[in-house]
Ligand binder design. Structure first.
Ligand code: SAH
Length: 470
C-alpha cells in the first residue's frame, strides 16, 4: 500500500483549486459535496464555475494563483491541464503547506482522490493507486447498483438513535440489532419517512431486548484450496458474521481478509511433521469460545471432512453439548484436477478414485497397494511430498507400471501454482528437483490433458516438465 486511505475532516477548512476547464469541473463537482470552503483560481473559468460562485458554492478569484494563495489550505488541486502551470501552482501550494494533488499526475501528487460511492454519511472510497482507474470505476458502478439509495438517510437516522447503545450490551447483541435495522426493518420503513423509521427503531429495540442471548455455535467451514473465489457463498457469509475464526496454516491470506474486522482471529496452524498446536488445545479453544456464546468459524483448508481431523473436534463439542454444523468446501483434489483439465473418474478408465494420505499419525500410511497398482487406477494423494519415495516403492513392488503418469500440483488455485508432470518412475527425483515448499496434491494415474498447461485458467500456473526437473 503506497497510499493509506483515510477520511480527512474538511469541514470549515480551505480547499483550493487552480484551473477553470474540464478537469477543474470534474473535481469541483466532488469537492462541493464536502463541507470545506472552496476557492478557485482561474483567469478564464467555465460558465459553471461562475454560476457556482454566484450561488455561493465556492469563491472564485479571476486570476492566476500566486504565492500565499494557499495559506492554511488543507488540500490543493492543480487542475490547469498544463504541465508547466500545474508544476508552478503545485510548488506554491507545497510551500504554503497544503497537501497537493496534480490532476492526472500520480508522480507529483501527495494524495489521490478515490472513486467515491456516496451514501452520505456512508462513503465508500475505492482506490487502485493509479494502476487501474477502469477497475475502480467498474467496482464503483457495481456498488452503486447494490447499495440502496436509502442507506444514507437510514444511517443518518440511525446515528441519532442512542438508546440502542444505552440498553443493548456491546458486542453481538448490538451488532444483531443494527444489522436487522439496516437490512430489514430500516429499508421496510423508509418509504414512510423519518417518523416511520424512528417508530421501526423503537419496535426493533423492544423486540431485540426481549430476545434471549443466542447460544454459541460452531461452523466447520471448508475454506477451499486458497483462491477466495472458490469459497462457497455460505462460507463467505459466515466469515462475515463470525465472532471468532480459528484457522489452519493452509488458509490463505485473501480468505482471512474476508472475516469481519472485529472478529477474533486465532491461528492454530499445524506444520506437517513440525511443531504444531496440539489437537487437544484446538478442541479446548473451540469449546471455550462457543461456551461464551460466540459464533465460531472453524476454518479448515479444502473440505473440512477430508483429512481434517474433524471428528475429534466434533466429539469435543458433543461432549459439551455445543451445536455445530459443517459447511462443505472444495477439496484440493477437485481444485487440482480442474487445473490439469482431467476428470477424477472416467468411463472405461477408472470407475472409482481414492483419496489417500501420504502419512498418518504413525508415519507413512499403508494402503491397498495391490489394488492401486492395477492399470487405470487413479488416486489423489494428500500430504504426499515427503512420502513420495515410499509410495513409489510400494506401488512398484506390487506390480505398478513404472511409466504410470503422475502429476503433482503445488498451490492449486493460488497465484504460485506449479504443475509437475512426471511418471511413477521419476517421481521422487523430479519432486526433489522441483523443490516445492507449498501444499501439493499428487495424482497417481493422471497426466495433464494435452496442451492444458498452455491453456490453464490460472494465468500464473507454471508447468514443470519432469525431464527438465531431472
Ligand atoms: N482438508 C483439506 C486437506 C487437508 S490435508 C482438503 O480438503 O483439501 C493438507 C493437504 O492438502 C496438503 O498437504 C496438500 O496435499 C493438500 N492441499 C491443501 N491445499 C492445497 C492446494 N492449494 N494445492 C495443492 N494441495 C493442497
Amino acid at each position: 500500500m503506497d497510499h493509506f486511505p483515510i477520511f480527512l475532516r474538511v469541514e470549515g477548512r480551505r480547499i483550493v483549486l487552480s484551473g477553470g476547464g474540464e478537469a477543474a469541473l470534474a473535481k469541483l463537482r466532488l469537492l462541493m459535496k464536502t463541507a470545506g470552503h472552496i476557492t478557485v483560481f482561474s483567469a478564464d473559468p467555465a460558465p459553471e464555475i461562475v454560476a457556482w460562485a454566484e450561488n455561493g458554492k465556492l469563491r472564485l478569484v479571476r486570476r492566476a494563483m500566486a504565492p500565499g494563495d494557499t495559506l492554511c489550505a488543507a488540500l490543493f488541486y492543480a487542475a490547469d491541464e498544463d504541465d508547466a502551470e500545474d508544476a508552478r501552482t503545485a510548488a506554491i501550494a507545497r510551500a504554503d503547506g497544503a497537501l497537493v494533488n496534480v490532476v492526472d499526475n500520480l508522480e507529483d501528487s501527495q494524495f489521490i482522490t478515490p472513486a467515491i460511492v456516496d451514501r452520505d454519511p456512508v462513503t465508500i472510497a475505492i482506490g487502485t493507486e493509479g494502476a487501474a482507474p477502469v477497475l475502480a470505476r467498474a467496482i464503483k458502478a457495481d456498488l452503486e447498483e447494490r447499495l440502496p439509495v436509502a442507506l444514507g438517510p437510514l444511517a443518518r437516522i440511525g446515528k441519532t438513535f442512542r438508546k440502542a447503545a444505552e440498553v443493548l450490551p456491546f458486542g453481538r447483541a448490538r451488532r444483531d440489532f443494527w444489522r436487522d435495522y439496516y437490512f430489514n426493518a430500516g429499508p421496510a420503513a423508509i418509504t414512510g419517512g423519518e417518523t416511520a423509521v424512528q417508530g421501526a427503531l423503537d419496535a426493533l429495540l423492544t423486540d431485540h431486548l426481549a430476545r434471549k442471548a443466542r447460544p454459541g455455535h460452531v461452523h466447520f467451514v471448508g475454506g477451499g484450496p486458497g483462491d477466495p473465489d472458490l469459497l462457497t457463498m455460505k462460507a463467505r457469509r459466515l466469515l462475515d458474521e463470525a465472532d471468532v475464526v480459528i484457522y489452519d496454516r493452509l488458509i490463505s491470506a485473501p480468505i482471512l481478509e474476508l472475516a469481519r474486522r472485529e472478529a477474533v482471529m486465532i491461528d492454530v496452524g499445524k506444520e506437517a511433521f513440525g511443531p504444531s498446536t496440539p489437537q487437544e488445545t484446538i478442541n479446548d479453544l473451540i469449546v471455550e469460545h462457543a461456551q461464551k456464546g460466540a459464533q465460531v468459524v472453524r476454518l479448515k483448508s479444502g473440505d473440512a471432512t477430508v483429512f481434517g481431523r474433524l471428528d475429534e473436534e466434533i466429539d469435543a463439542l458433543d461432549a459439551h453439548q455445543i451445536a455445530w454444523s459443517v459447511v462443505p468446501g472444495i477439496t484440493s483434489a477437485s481444485a487440482a484436477v480442474a487445473e490439469i483439465g482431467q476428470s477424477l473418474t472416467k468411463r472405461g478408465r477408472n470407475s472409482s478414485v481414492r483419496f489417500l494420505t501420504g502419512h498418518d499419525m504413525k508415519g507413512f500410511a499403508d494402503h491397498d497397494w495391490a489394488t492401486l497398482a492395477r492399470p487405470g487406477e487413479v488416486a489423489a494423494i494428500y500430504m504426499g511430498k515427503k512420502s513420495a519415495r515410499f509410495i513409489q516403492g510400494r506401488l512398484i513392488m506390487h506390480g505398478a507400471d513404472r511409466h504410470t503418469p503422475v502429476t503433482v500440483i503445488e498451490n492449486a488455485s493460488r497465484p504460485e501454482q506449479r504443475i509437475l508432470d512426471t511418471t511413477l518412475d521419476a517421481l521422487p527425483t523430479a519432486l526433489a528437483a522441483a523443490e516445492m515448499s507449498g501444499p501439493a496434491l499428487t495424482f497417481y494415474g493422471l497426466a495433464p490433458r494435452d496442451a492444458v498447461q498452455a491453456q490453464t485458467d490460472n494465468p500464473y500456473s507454471t508447468p514443470i516438465q519432469a525431464q527438465e526437473a531431472l
